[in-house]
Design a binder for this molecule. Structure first.
Ligand code: SF4
Length: 467
């Protein structure tokens, strides 16, 4: 096999797509198979926020006619329809898809069996790449069993047998609660999901409406459909519960996945206690914007979160007519997205949209009509006038229900409660992948012996034969 970059996109010193076509034609039958992919890892494996499905189609179309050998191509193929189109149109002979196979290792089997609705489709978030970039274990937002097949024995399609108890009340239907419910019902538990809002999905349902994040909604859509096919799961919408009602219901296990709330006081990395904020200041959080309250005029986004939210909200605000200054103490806008291969694209997008990007500066104080910003190196301050501030700081877990139940632990036995567990963003706010993982882990470990948090990696050590 010979892998060739379809277009190195580095100007005259690199191979252009036209030159690659000449190269394939000159060497048409030399390799057994042509393996075609585009440029750098960032070019080739862009996230759904910036790359359409089959993003390399234009670069690869027509190359088939230049060789008698088969061609395999890549480019964020996630749906069977697009894959089939690429084959039927003669563009490719084989589909190469790494991320969709991480999200669902049984994707080809499900296509073969016509179980299209059972495919756990990749959302293109690139969380799976962050393990490589941070030298830590990789995770997948859609497939929580990824990287735990060997260490924990988690199979992507089958669950362990049910334990001693019979039923679970899952409170919250965000990514953690939905995944817990889906995994629990496959183990054979009777599951009730209580959701305070009139829609399920929690943060995913709200974030999927933000610019570029619609594909993330598959986290909810997949689980929503799968749960609807199961007789042992009921979902109750507009059902905000309190401690007394939970004690009255009599469920044996209570799983609390009530999500998190963005902080308004600026506490995150720069500030470990609330920063000074004038009473007259208009301060909004990402939750406000996702609920539809979007400030206008001149808006400062203070991004001390460093993942996607600050950049995404800058796009939202500009699209709705605001003038945006994004201030971050980091040296990069949306710094953590260096790990998801999209940081450079985010910076370029925001710059093109007219966002004033201010790097290496924090915010020390919010006044009625300006913020005071400090240089992270020298501490020198400068003012930025604004009509409103969007605080993209940290998130606090919504754990009040858990704390309330814990305070009533003496009543659990009479209420028939065997376990109460807090997990997901409500316990420790993080990326969506961490929430689906936490929900899955809860379901796997219910009624099982506690294996703790520090399970060692299993290593397969080759032994030399004693000769
Ligand atoms: S982490 Fe995201 S991009 Fe990677 S395979 Fe899973 S869903 Fe797809």
């Amino acid at each position: 096999a010979l892998r060739v970059s379809l277009d190195e996109t580095i100007g005259d010193l690199g191979f252009s797509n036209a030159e690659v076509r000449d190269f394939v034609e000159m060497n048409r039958n030399l390799p057994d198979i042509w393996d075609l992919a585009q440029g750098t890892w960032e070019d080739c494996s862009g996230p759904s926020r910036f790359k359409e499905e089959a993003a390399q189609e234009a670069l690869v179309r027509g190359i088939h006619e230049l060789t008698d050998k088969p061609i395999v191509g890549v480019g964020r193929f996630t749906s069977p329809d697009v894959m089939a189109k690429m084959i039927k149109s003669g563009t490719l002979d084989m589909i190469g898809c790494a991320r969709p196979s991480i999200a669902d290792p049984f994707l080809p089997k499900k296509i073969e069996e016509g179980r299209i609705e059972d495919i756990r489709e990749c959302i293109g978030c690139n969380i799976c790449i962050t393990g490589d970039m941070t030298m830590s274990i990789s995770r997948c937002t859609q497939n929580p069993t990824f990287m735990e097949e060997w260490r924990k024995g988690w199979h992507p399609e089958t669950m362990n047998a049910k334990g001693d108890s019979d039923n679970v009340l899952v409170i919250g239907s965000g990514p953690a609660g939905l995944e817990a419910a889906w995994a629990l019902c496959r183990r054979g538990y009777d599951v009730a999901v209580a959701e305070a809002r009139d829609v399920i999905g929690g943060r995913v349902t709200r974030e999927r409406a933000l610019p570029g994040l619609s594909a993330w909604g598959r986290v909810v859509d997949y689980r929503d459909y799968q749960l609807s096919q199961r007789p042992n799961v009921e979902i109750y919408r507009e059902s905000e519960l309190d401690v007394d009602s939970i004690l009255e219901f009599g469920f044996q296990n209570v799983a609390i996945a009530t999500g998190s709330t963005w902080r308004r006081d600026g506490v995150s990395r720069q500030h470990v206690v609330p920063m000074p904020i004038a009473e007259a200041a208009k301060v909004y959080t990402p939750d406000d914007l996702m609920d539809g309250t979007v400030p206008g005029g001149t808006v400062v986004i203070y991004d001390d979160d460093h993942y996607y939210m600050g950049g995404v909200l800058a796009e939202l605000l500009v699209k709705q007519g605001a003038r945006v200054t994004l201030i971050t103490p980091s040296a990069y806008v949306s710094d953590w997205t260096n790990n998801t291969l999209e940081q450079a694209t985010i910076h370029a997008r925001l710059d093109e949209m007219g966002v004033d990007i201010v790097l290496n500066r924090g915010v020390t104080e919010v006044a009625g009509d300006h913020v005071v910003s400090n240089c992270v190196y020298t501490g020198k301050t400068r003012s930025y006038p604004c009509d409103a501030v969007v605080m993209v700081a940290s998130r606090s877990g919504n754990d009040q229900l858990f704390q309330g139940l814990t305070a009533r632990q003496a009543d659990w036995a009479d209420a028939g409660i065997r376990s109460v567990k807090l997990f997901g963003d409500a316990e420790a706010a993080g990326p969506i992948a961490w929430a689906t993982y936490a929900g899955h882990r809860y379901a796997r470990e219910l009624d099982e012996a506690d294996i703790g948090d520090d399970l060692p990696f299993r290593r397969e050590i080759t032994e030399l034969a004693p000769q």
